[in-house]
Design a protein around this ligand. Structure first.
Ligand SMILES: *[C@@H]1O[C@H](CO)[C@@H](O)[C@H](O)[C@H]1NC(C)=O
Ligand SMILES: *[C@@H]1O[C@H](CO)[C@@H](O)[C@H](O)[C@H]1NC(C)=O
Length: 88
């Protein structure tokens, strides 16, 4: 009886290890998206993300995707925003 319980414990441990291994493999095989910014704009006084995107005809969703770390409520003059680029 004790042996069976041990076997169950070992098997469930293996299962946990195996699924964590799979998780790690997935994390390693999936490279983080790298962004190559091809054109930038320096923020001027009074600019907003919306106006910049509008002015340069950049769809909002694309603008967000090429500026993943941009905080639009904390834009500052002289900050570079990406206007076009490739995500891979
Ligand atoms: C963006 O900036 C505002 C104002 O400084 C701040 O309150 C907010 O937490 C920031 N958001 C992020 C996601 O950093
Ligand atoms: C963005 O860059 C690509 C590749 O350089 C170009 O084909 C495309 O026209 C550009 N888009 C805009 C909105 O400038």
């Amino acid at each position: 009886m004790a042996k069976i319980i041990n076997l169950v414990l070992v098997l469930s441990l293996l299962l946990v290890v195996a699924s964590e291994g799979q998780f790690l493999v997935n994390e390693i095989l999936k490279p983080p998206a790298t962004l190559k910014c091809e054109s930038v704009y320096g923020v001027k006084s009074g600019d907003t993300c919306f106006e910049i995107a509008e002015t340069f005809n950049v769809p909002t969703e694309f603008f967000d995707s090429i500026n993943p770390n941009l905080n639009c409520t904390a834009l500052f003059v002289g900050q570079w925003v990406c206007l076009n680029g490739t995500l891979s």
